[in-house]
Ligand binder design. Structure first.
Ligand code: CP
Length: 311
């Protein structure tokens, strides 16, 4: 049974999450079979924070399922005149909307809008809280690289994912911790202590190391996170050069990884900071596979929550 909303990975049963991933696989195998799942439905793409991948892939996913989108342009909206979030959403709801895809800088705002409108809401990234469809597309991409499927429980048992960077403010990290753990794998975090999740008691299954070199040779995949300079990181890392030296995915560091271990990055990338251009453009980096799979996973989520698809 799929949920009404997808505002977080946390709280969903492992079977539900595997069901969404199995559905993504079916869609990838035969996309034409799903071309009218959202016929007659309209999805509000409500992005109040910048996005390229998530917004465009949700729009593409809606279109490929035969649905229509209303795109919200935050910068030119009446939010800029002081209209509240709730009033804004309630106004748009009157134009005939069947579901809301929502990105916002405040953690918890998708839950708030779901309760207020009664519409299905899919979280497209809320503050530092969660980014559930990013974690789903990451897991889908890793499963392809590892030759795993999602048919049985704990498909990632024995697999280790190292996430490097600003895990403190990373919604991608939180969703990946919950999903990877639900799939039986282990997440290891690494980054400057100023940017590390402080209270790991909320994530008892997670291991933390100061430097990636402590575990780089033993993990099965590495994810580099973007240094979010717009959030004032200059004061929180020693310097860009030192960050690259100790935590960046340089060719030398990557050469010490297991030969078959892939590299992920949710994007957008700071080339030469958390990932060197030679690494980002290498076969080992699955950055564009993540982008491609993002559309399929979002088709599965929209199809399940709005179009009534079952795994
Ligand atoms: N990964 C991700 O969320 O990218 P965008 O900010 O471009 O959507």
């Amino acid at each position: 049974m799929f949920p009404v909303n997808l505002t977080s990975i946390r709280g969903n049963a492992p079977d539900t999450l595997r069901g969404l991933l199995c559905l993504s696989k079916k869609i990838k195998a035969e996309p034409a079979a799903f071309s009218s799942v959202l016929k007659g439905k309209t999805v509000l793409q409500f992005f109040v924070e910048n996005s390229t991948r998530t917004r465009m892939s949700f729009e593409a996913a809606t279109r490929r399922l035969g649905g229509a989108s209303i795109a919200f342009a935050a910068a030119t909206s009446s939010l800029q005149k002081g209209e509240t979030l709730l009033d804004t959403v309630r106004v748009i709801q009157q134009y005939g909307v069947d579901a809301i895809v929502m990105r916002h800088s405040s953690g918890g705002s998708p839950d708030f809008v779901a309760r207020a409108t009664g519409l299905p809401v899919i979280n497209a990234g809320d503050g530092s809280h969660e980014h559930p469809t990013q974690a789903l597309l990451d897991a889908f991409t890793l499963a392809e690289a590892w030759g795993s499927d999602f048919d049985g429980p704990e498909p990632f048992r024995g697999r280790k994912l190292l996430i490097i960077g600003d895990t403190l403010q990373s919604r991608v990290t939180r969703s990946n911790i919950h999903l990877f753990s639900a799939l039986g794998g282990q997440v290891i975090l690494s980054g400057p202590r100023t940017l590390a999740i402080r209270d790991l008691s909320l994530f008892p299954e997670v291991k933390k190391v100061d430097f990636p070199d402590e575990v780089i040779a033993e993990v099965d995949a590495v994810m580099a996170l973007r240094i979010q300079f717009e959030r004032g990181h200059q004061g929180l890392i020693p310097s860009v050069e030192e960050y690259r030296t100790f935590w960046g995915l340089t060719e030398e560091r990557v050469s010490r990884m297991k030969s078959a271990a892939p590299i992920l990055h949710p994007g957008p990338m700071n080339r030469g900071v958390e990932i060197d251009p030679e690494v980002a453009d290498s076969d080992r980096a699955l950055v564009l596979d993540q982008v491609e799979n993002g559309v399929l996973v979002r088709m599965a989520v929209l199809g399940a929550l709005v179009g009534g698809l079952r795994a």
